[in-house]
Ligand binder design. Structure first.
Ligand SMILES: C[S@@+](CC[C@H](N)C(=O)[O-])C[C@H]1O[C@@H](n2cnc3c(N)ncnc32)[C@H](O)[C@@H]1O
Length: 248
């Protein structure tokens, strides 16, 4: 079985969590907010915007995007289970979010159909061909549209999550091409790695203009049972935000 197929199956399995936790997610969606840095950067861009959210997963951020002014959010994910749960919730709360099964990097959607592509929070590591992804995001945006990514910092796979002190794992390298995920939810699936420089150069290489790039100490997610202070402690980068514009 190919790496891609194994990862796809791992996500189809992991996405059952969205069905099991449907009621809890429904409540979270009613008050969902983006992170402060996201609100600061995206607030001015969202008024009346058509947003595309590739790898939308549970889609809770989509409710926050609508609350901040988006006219509509179109979520894409290759897990039909994730798409089904997110669509049901959007209908139940009567928000203008719609979900479709689509596989990246080539979605087959019409070009120039979004004002903003919003993505990340555990998304890009599953994509083998980041050049193809960046080109597709560029193609899907209207001229002048924006690409926003909030992701785990590329150094995160190296952190050992020891409770007493931040340590680097002996079995990982910042410059490796991939490693096997050993935490829930996609345990056993291959994560593709790229350095921060590779991410930025890929986005620029697809024709985007870089507007914002920042590193953050707080992780957006932590494995169950881990002490977050071990990983962030304010001393290490755990997330990265990137905003880029497609030229007019
Ligand atoms: C960490 S999860 C969700 C991220 C989402 N931002 C969230 O917060 O729920 C990553 C998602 O990417 C989806 N995914 C992974 N590779 C994909 C691909 N090649 N095409 C479409 N969806 C993909 C998975 O099904 C999963 O729902």
């Amino acid at each position: 079985m190919s790496v891609h197929e194994r990862t796809r199956r791992a996500w189809e399995d992991a996405s059952r969590k969205h069905v099991r936790e449907y009621a809890e997610h429904l409540e979270l969606a009613r008050t969902a907010r983006l992170l402060p840095i996201e609100e600061e950067l995206l607030g001015p861009l969202l008024d009346g915007a058509e947003v595309l959210h590739p790898q939308s997963g549970h889609g809770l951020d989509d409710h926050a995007l609508v609350r901040l002014g988006a006219r509509a959010v179109r979520g894409l994910d290759y897990s039909s289970t994730a798409v089904g749960a997110a669509q049901r919730r959007a209908e139940e709360l009567a928000v203008p979010c719609r979900y479709e099964v689509a596989e990246l990097p080539r979605t087959g959607l019409a070009p120039g159909s979004a004002d903003l592509v919003y993505t990340g929070k555990g998304a890009l590591i599953w994509l083998e061909d980041l050049d193809a992804w960046a080109q597709e995001m560029h193609r899907l945006l209207r001229p002048g549209g924006h690409l926003f990514v909030y992701e785990a910092h590329p150094l995160v796979p190296l952190w050992a999550w020891d409770a007493d002190e931040a340590r680097v794992r002996a079995d990982r390298s910042y410059f490796a091409a991939s490693h096997v995920n050993d935490t829930f939810p996609a345990g056993g699936a291959t994560e593709h790695q790229r350095t921060l420089a590779e991410l930025v150069m890929t986005v620029l290489g697809a024709g985007f203009e870089l507007l914002h790039l920042a590193e953050h100490p707080e992780p957006f997610w932590q494995p169950d049972g881990e002490d977050p202070a071990a990983a962030w402690d304010g001393r290490l980068p755990n997330a990265v935000s990137l905003l880029a514009r497609r030229g007019a």
